[in-house]
Design a protein around this ligand. Sequence first.
Ligand code: SF4
Length: 470
Amino acid sequence: MNTEIPSHGQPIDRFAAAISGEVYESVHSSSAIKSDKRQALLAGDYPNPKHLREIAGQIKQHTLESLDKYLPQAVESLERNGVRVHFAANGEEARQIIGSLLAARGAKKVVKSKSMATEEIHLNDYLAANGVDCIETDLGEFIVQIDGDHPSHIVTPIIHKNRRQIAKSFEKHGLGAYNDDPETITRRARKFMRDKYMSADAGITGANFVVAETGRLVLVTNEGNSRFSLAAPKLHIALVGIEKLVPSDRDLSVFLNLLVRSATGQQFTAYTEFISGPHASGQPSGPEEMHVVFLDNGRSDILAGDCREILRCIRCGACLNICPVYRQASGHAYRSVYPGPIGAVLSPLLAGEKFPSLADLPKASSLCGACNDACPVNIPIPDLLLRLRDKGKREHAPLASRGVPPMGGFAGLASQPALWKGALLAGHVMNYFPVEWVPVPPLSKWTAQRTLPEFRGGEFRKWWKQRRQR
Ligand code: SF4
């Protein structure tokens, strides 16, 4: 499955060099604030947060390695609760299952709460193409949707926008005259959504966790939009990656404590929903029919490979917030639904046969290790990045080794003073041309993947000459 978003076709460093000051400021300041809050909160609330991360990582790793036990157990528990369970091997199957469930009920109006799995399978495009009106109810995702944009962060999809840009979007889409007061923006969105909730035929969600023992779905939001998405519609469909399982309700205490602190630097989110099935008699509201679609989409292959630890991910976004590359480049630079360090590992793996098109992502890291330190489930992200770089080199040698300058040629150049001087001069001349100008292979292939700094060669010779004249 290809998780790529319509691409700007640029390598990360070149995209980063071209982002506007406004985008840079929004991404950098917002991610830095969240990261600082996360660190302070974890250190203040727990005597040994590192130990908690290790426990969380062990629980997830154990669940993944025993998926053959926990997945059937989850299916049994869900069905016992009155939920119908489906399996989708890939995005195409998932879209078709969801499409037929909606068609069977004649559902044409859908409210959707934020879900990375639905982003991964490009569900909105599919629904729109099939005449289904699907509204995103998370405020950030809603703004992305009306703007025809793409999320640039897995928790805060519009981290790249500031309130002035949002106010302009609202004005452009008929949601009120320009007003960049956050409360006004929120009130307007809420007013718009209310009607949509009440008239929706179906609610689509993801799930942060699915408990194998009890069949409970857990949804964590700050806006309560998932609750509204399930209150009025008669049909609830949850699309869930198979890696979202945890063994028991007891394990949730570890993950809920870590997830929220790691994602937004809060002690608890405003809304945590525990869903145990469709509307039961005596309940005031809730869907009559509930379906869970378990999504594989390359996860089994990842589980069988040597980067399986990435499936522990609970999508908190802490690795994005702390990553120096993400802060400089922004999420869209990663050309994929999953940006930042998690995306640099997960996106090429999910791409399967299309791995080469995202093989540059694992190289977009200084390997500083900050992502591993921040990760609440202790994923060794730098190790996985190295394994993927190695995979790129071994399995896709022509791409990975693109244009590595032949060292023999360099030696010949460096040992001939006249040639060397000529090369230095050519380097200075090249500063006056865009890097794409280099027309000659293999250099053209090399520069297609990289941004060259300004050439400043010859400084040593100048310095040496001056030194000798003293
Ligand atoms: S890899 Fe770790 S830090 Fe990054 S989003 Fe996943 S759980 Fe959070």
